[in-house]
Design a protein around this ligand. Sequence first.
Ligand SMILES: Nc1ncnc2c1ncn2[C@@H]1O[C@H](COP(=O)(O)OP(=O)(O)O)[C@@H](O)[C@H]1O
Ligand SMILES: [Mg+2]
Length: 241
Amino acid sequence: MIEIRQIEKSYNELEVLRDISLKVEAGQKIALIGPSGSGKSTLLRLMNGLESPNSGQILFEGKDIFESKFSLSRHRQDVGMIFQQFNLFDHLNVLANCNIGQEKVLKLSKKEATEVSMKFLEKVGMKDFAHSNVNMLSGGQKQRVAIARALAMNPKVLLFDEPTSALDPQMVEEVLKVIEDLAASGLTMVIVTHEMQFAFDVADTIYFMKDGVIVEHNSPQELLSNPQQESTKAFLNKFIK
Ligand SMILES: Nc1ncnc2c1ncn2[C@@H]1O[C@H](COP(=O)(O)OP(=O)(O)O)[C@@H](O)[C@H]1O
Ligand SMILES: [Mg+2]
């Protein structure tokens, strides 16, 4: 579904990604782990075309997303993104947040959009808050709304960038549960997370990144029981006692 070929990315002098290649197959759940600053967010932003690489290619369903005739706005419907800071519109209520993309981008009527939004708000346990002001919600509730909003665009892939890092500890579980349910539903997902237990439970493949390179990748069991690189061992040891 997504194929990344030998991506290099720099910001001025700073090399952020070096020779990154990976494939995301339909239905796959990939977790990206690694220390802060290793380039995980940059890689996700490249996947949905929010950034462009210095060299290398990103193919989506076989098409180069940085070719001039490829529609990046269409691509961002296919590849949804969930951010650490939710990125909801604070001046709109929950329902309007979920409707706005459908109305503006998918050109659905308000009635049609509302039907879709309510379906996904129910799925994330936020239906009763449809008419609430976003400011009144907890972080966990906001993130569940952000997930419903992303699902309402009918994406083929969802990219999660540390979806629970901004949450109080007691709210982490409710969001992870929603993401686990989505994973079980067959959606293709790429998840950047520091929640190791979650990554090991949900992902079929884990990529460990450090200093802009993929150090190694493997199934959760293999990576945990048999890490090949010292830096992988050192990173995992910090999380797993
Ligand atoms: N827009 C930007 N301009 C300049 N440097 C950036 C920008 N975005 C990220 N970086 C730098 O790129 C490196 C990787 O960042 P990032 O992809 O956010 O890593 P991670 O998500 O793994 O913490 C960091 O050194 C960061 O400071
Ligand atoms: Mg990041």
